[in-house]
Design a protein around this ligand. Sequence first.
Ligand code: OGA
Ligand code: NI
Length: 343
Amino acid sequence: MAKHQLLSTVERRETLPESYIRPESDRPRLSEVMTDNNIPLIDLTSPDKERVITEIGLACQTYGFFQVINHGISEDLLEKVMAVGLQFFRLPAEEKAKLYSDEPSKKIRLSTSFNVRKETVHNWRDYLRLHCHPLEEFLPEWPSNPESFKEIISTYCHEVRLLGLRLLGVISLSLGLEEDYIEKVLGEQEQHMAVNYYPQCPEPDLTFGLPKHTDPNAITILLQDPKVAGLQVLKDGDQWIAVNPRPNALVINLGDQLQALSNGAYKSVWHRAVVNAAQERMSVASFLCPCNSAVISPAPSLVADEDAPVYQSYTYDEYYKKFWSRNLDQEHCLELFRTPKLQ
Ligand code: OGA
Ligand code: NI
């Protein structure tokens, strides 16, 4: 039997168990979150391509986040992905127990919180994590219950990958690099997915679904619940803003690797997921990740002649190991790879 129980298999609770309660200084302070601001919205079918490039570049500098509409993935598919994800978390406990694991290196696993072996306070989340590329390699191990899971999720993974690669091209151009610059540096990218399930929470002021973190990969494409808000983004280092869901939009955020490649011009911004008392919430995060042997360093053309690059070179393998060896909400992991200042 699993040591840590999935939230989605226990009965709804009236109070928050002790192990989920954050210290006073580390709570969401929901009343201070801005809800009338939002991250930039970009229409990918806009005929003015230059403008799309400029807008994405600006969003990457200021927010590290943007939403895209008319991204080419059909409304019908987005709905099916959310529906089959929810069906998965509604499966009987015995069915889900088969996939449970606390081991972060496992390529297909159902787990809870973030890293239950390391963390001191737990998070109000269950998640299914899947490796998705190359699809043929991982598909046989994916859940075959619900029956339509493999087909729906694999179609979505394929389309999300194409969208992600297209966005990496636009981001390269917005940095004044060749369109394929970033894709070449990242190598044959891995693709991971987290299907996040945040149950209704009796005391949402005392805990997080996911505490503040940055994503360690290159770019993340998030499909959010169209009706329930929960994602929040730190603006200018001090103001949390709620990303209000917009039907059919996908949320894009830059991970640490694009901050490094852009020599710090673009930001991998702190974000978090909060939970709520009224409704459960789902999100599906797709992560494009450099291949393990990719050597990441700031693009030479983005480093001024007289300056040292802001970050040292490293392999993604080194980075990823460091990321999972820590707590989510510690110092920005990229800080550990900053070029030391000369005295
Ligand atoms: C993530 C993430 C946010 C959300 O999975 O890395 O930031 O709203 N998720 O679920
Ligand atoms: Ni994230």
